[in-house]
Structure formats: structure tokens, C-alpha cells
Design a protein around this ligand. Structure first.
Ligand code: KIV
Ligand code: ZN
Length: 517
């Protein structure tokens, strides 16, 4: 008999917009979520988990809008094992060509005792009731046993059997706390598929967190054991240490098809672009040595490696940069390039901008080309991502001057506009960056805590644009900001404001003084 577990097709379930967006500081605006969903939909992701509709009206709107727009993927909404959650998820995905409700309940003894205060029998009843409710709304229902990897397999098997009997078509086995090893996870999936009498009526799915750095290895072990759906995120973003990285799962399956004879429908040449879109939307920098999509993933520095590469790329390269969509950095344009050439370049880089965004981006490109001799693809990508990420900012930098003297004063004179009204302040700090950030706090009237501040160059060279990242925390809420500018201090100020604006968006509050306290 052919069951899902003996075909070689692996479905990719992307949860960047749900589990990924849940990671501290990765909150995205609706516009950013739509950009991410669009690239996921076109690159061959089978199922997009677009959000958690009951969480907020914003989440609902995002899932519903993505559901309306998606052309290919199944659009999924998450729901706790609560009737109102399931109804809300059903409402959000009903606009999709193909929709899915994903409902979950904890199954491990530790969650049952301390979080849910329920017995196993009560949980079994919940599984049947909630999956039945979801199936009455839609044909495609996924059930997850939260903290499955710390659940006795006999009980997990009973829950799984009940979920399938009630109509679940996908069974997801989360390693919620990232505790599993590949051997454990392989054994768990295999045992469940063998033990559950109706297991052939559902697809088994992996959902692995990366707390011990084994999320991808565990997911692949799950596939070898018979799972045919992998839940993952672009750049591996997600709760705590994140989720299994989509690009790593896809390229491992593609590159090591000899050891892992499975395939996905992902167009791998879209991976680099998807990584950049998600990094810009979530304001989450990608670590330089990140597999597949990190800046250094295909860089060969040592003399021996470079020598080998020049003789034959296969000496040190197991996959080509082109296979993940990295084009060799080219000198693109200069100050004489016109609108048409710029539009063509944006299209080559995979951007489609609305008219007003295009005008702004073109003006910024011209300004940059006036100041910087060589404008590379990476410069244009950074500039456009910056433009798209700051479009809705309510507090904007109007003017800034910084005076800094060795052993002396560090002063920032700042002018910002807050919901269109000008505010001017001057602040002396312990250094230039302290003066800038303190001046902004003074101007806006709130004092978030600076969790992270990092600057890197978009390209090499002393005239490279600076890319600044700022993460702020206020009353337990975290927001990240990002900005690219030819000047490091201006980039820093704009990144700080961008993070600040995101705190405002999350709170839906008036701008000035809104965050005080
Ligand atoms: O990690 C987890 O258990 C989850 C569930 C909601 C599937 O994200
Ligand atoms: Zn998760």
C-alpha cells in the first residue's frame, strides 16, 4: 500500500509568519507580512502558516489578506484548543483557495500538571472535541501535541489516534523545547507511525526548535522515519533559539539526495532573496556564518581554499552560490543611470514597488550615487529594504548634527517630526551614539531600554553604506529597527527611530510621550 510515509515528496510548511514572528523583536507590519507571504507563495512553499488569528485584529487581518492573495500555497491559521480560537482561525482562512486550521494542545506530563491542570483523559476528550469542531469548518485540519517529545509515547499515540479519528489530516509532533536528539526524534516518529492504527490516514509532520542546535538534524531524522511535512522558518527565526531553518532543510535534501532520497517543491534559487526579505521585514540580521544564506556561506578566505577553488570549484564547494540564488556582486549603476535602468535593476533583484515607493527609492539611489562611486546590487537591496521598512514611521528624522571631541563634549542637536509636528532638542552624551539615542528619547518623551545595537557595512570599502540594527525593550515588549545610510550616525539614529516606531505600532498609541513609564 502507498501511504504518505513511503512516497519521497516532502511538504514544506513555513511558519515564519507565526512561530518566526513570535520571536522577540521580530514583529512585522501587515505590509511586511504580505511581502514575506508573496515570496513564500511563489517559491514553492506548500503551506504558509500566516498567523494566529485570535491573537489580535492585526493577526486576523494578516491571515485573511494572505488567504485572499495566495495563488498556490495552502494558508493556515493557528488555534489553541479553544472553541473561539478555532472559529476565528476558520473565519480567517475561509478566503483561501485552500485553507487549513492548525489546532494544538499540550500533551506532556509537565504541561498537563503545571500549565493545564488536566488529566490525560480530559486531554483526549479535548483532542476529539477540537479537531471535530475544526473539521466541521474545513477539510484540512492539522493537530499538534505540544511538547510531544517529552510526552510518553503511549499517550501521544492515543492522542494521535483520536485526532485522526476526529478528522485530522496532518499530525504534527513538535519538539517544543528543542530537547530531542536525531536518534530520539527518529524513534519517536517511527514508533508513532507503527503504533497508531490509523496512521496511514494522515501525514506526519516535524516541528523542531533549535535550543540545542539540532532542529534541522532532528527534522531530517523525522523525514527518514516517515514524516512528510517539515515545519520550518526562513533564516530559522522563531521562539528562543528559533525553528529549523527552511533553507537548510531544503538544501540538505537537495545536496545529499544520495543519503536523503526525498524532494521538495521549493525553487532553491529563491532562498537568498527570501532570506533577505525576511531579515529586512523582521529586522533580524542574519549571522555571517549562517549556513546557505549567511554573508560568508560561500566565501573562501584561506589561501589553500582559494587556490583549490581557482583550480576547480568542486574542491571546496558542495553546492554553488547560484543554486541558492546568489549572483556574483556586480557593479551596477552610477549617477548617470536613469529611471528605466533603475526599474529594470529592481525587477532583476526581484522587487516590484508601488509608484510612490519607486519614486522615493529612485531619489535615494540618485543621492547615494552622487556620494558613492560604486553602487552595487547589495547597496540597492539595502536601500530598497530600508525604504519599504520605514514607510509607515510616525516619528521621522528631519535633521541632525553631531559634534564629538576626543576627551571633550559629544553633543547631538536633533530635529524630528512626530506625527508631522516638529520637535527640536539638544543632548550631551558620553559618546556620539549615546548623545543621539538620548536626544531621541528626550524628543519623544519615553525611555525604552537598548537591548542591541550593531552596525555593519553593506559592502566593503570605507565609502560603504552603514547598516544599523537597534533592538529596544519597554515594559516587556521588544521591537527591532533597521536603517541603511551612507553615514553611520545617521543610520544609527534612523534605526533607533525605526525600532521606536515599531513599539508604537504594536501599542497603537499616540506618538509623543506614548511610551513613557
Ligand atoms: O513549538 C510548538 O510546540 C508550537 C506549536 C504551537 C505547534 O509552535
Ligand atoms: Zn514552535
Amino acid at each position: 500500500m502507498t501511504t504518505q510515509s513511503n512516497t519521497d515528496r516532502v511538504y514544506i510548511f513555513d511558519t515564519t509568519l507565526r512561530d518566526g514572528e513570535q520571536s522577540p523583536g521580530a514583529t512585522m507590519t501587515l505590509e511586511e507580512k504580505l511581502q514575506v507571504a508573496e515570496i513564500l507563495d511563489t517559491m514553492g512553499v506548500d503551506i504558509i502558516e500566516a498567523g494566529f488569528p485570535i491573537a489580535s485584529n492585526g493577526d486576523f487581518e494578516a491571515v485573511a489578506t494572505i488567504a485572499k492573495r495566495a495563488k498556490n500555497a495552502v494558508i493556515c491559521g493557528l488555534a489553541r484548543a479553544i472553541s473561539a480560537d478555532i472559529d476565528r482561525a476558520g473565519e480567517a482562512v475561509r478566503f483561501a483557495k485552500r485553507g487549513r486550521i492548525h489546532t494544538f494542545v499540550s500533551t506532556s506530563p509537565i504541561h498537563l500538571a503545571h500549565q493545564m491542570k488536566k488529566t490525560e483523559d480530559e486531554v483526549l476528550e479535548i483532542v476529539t472535541r477540537t479537531v471535530t469542531q475544526a473539521r466541521n469548518l474545513i477539510d484540512d485540519v492539522e493537530w499538534s501535541g505540544m511538547d510531544a517529545t517529552r510526552t510518553p509515547v503511549e499517550f501521544l499515540a492515543r492522542c494521535t489516534e483520536a485526532a485522526i479519528k476526529a478528522g485530522a489530516t496532518t499530525i504534527n509532533i513538535p519538539d517544543t523545547v528543542g530537547y530531542s536528539t536525531p536518534e530520539d526524534y527518529y524513534a519517536l516518529i517511527k514508533t508513532l507511525i507503527e503504533m497508531v492504527p490509523n496512521s496511514d490516514q494522515a501525514i506526519f509532520s516535524t516541528h523542531c526548535h533549535n535550543d540545542l542546535g539540532m532542529a534541522v538534524a532532528n527534522s531530517l531524522a523525522g523525514v527518514r522515519a516517515g514524516a512528510r511535512q517539515v515545519e520550518c522558518t526562513i533564516n530559522g527565526i522563531g521562539e528562543r533559539a528559533g525553528n529549523a531553518a527552511l533553507e537548510e532543510v531544503v538544501m540538505a535534501l537537495k545536496t545529499r539526495v544520495d543519503a536523503l532520497p526525498f524532494h521538495t517543491a521549493i525553487e532553491s534559487t529563491s532562498l537568498s532573496r527570501a532570506s533577505k526579505v525576511v531579515s529586512a521585514a523582521a529586522n533580524f540580521p542574519v549571522q555571517y556564518n549562517k549556513a546557505i544564506v549567511g554573508k560568508n556561506a560561500f566565501a573562501h578566505e584561506s589561501g589553500i581554499h582559494q587556490d583549490g577553488m581557482l583550480k576547480n570549484a568542486l574542491t571546496y564547494e558542495i553546492m554553488t552560490p547560484e543554486s541558492v540564488g546568489i549572483k556574483s556582486t556586480s557593479l551596477v549603476m552610477g549617477k548617470h543611470s536613469g529611471r528605466h535602468a533603475f526599474k529594470q535593476k529592481l525587477a532583476d533583484l526581484g522587487y516590484e514597488l508601488a509608484d510612490n515607493q519607486f519614486q522615493e527609492a529612485f531619489q535615494r539611489f540618485k543621492d547615494l550615487a552622487d556620494r558613492k562611486k560604486n553602487v552595487y546590487d547589495d547597496d540597492i537591496i539595502a536601500l530598497v529594504d530600508d525604504e519599504m521598512g520605514s514607510g509607515a514611521d510616525r516619528i521621522r528624522l528631519v535633521d541632525m548634527s553631531v559634534m564629538s571631541k576626543t576627551g571633550g563634549i559629544h553633543r547631538c542637536e536633533l530635529k524630528v517630526s512626530v506625527d508631522g509636528a516638529p520637535v527640536e532638542v539638544s543632548f550631551d552624551g558620553t559618546g556620539s551614539v549615546d548623545a543621539i539615542f538620548s536626544a531621541i528619547k528626550e524628543a519623544v518623551g519615553a525611555h525604552p531600554h537598548l537591548v542591541l545595537y550593531a552596525v555593519d557595512g553593506v559592502t566593503g570599502g570605507t565609502d560603504a553604506q552603514a547598516n544599523a540594527h537597534v533592538r529596544l525593550e519597554l515594559n516587556g515588549r521588544i521591537a527591532s529597527g533597521n536603517a541603511t545610510e551612507p553615514d553611520t550616525l545617521v543610520a544609527s539614529a534612523r534605526a533607533y527611530l525605526n525600532a521606536y516606531n515599531r513599539l508604537l505600532v504594536e501599542r497603537g498609541a499616540p506618538a509623543q510621550g506614548a511610551l513613557a513609564g
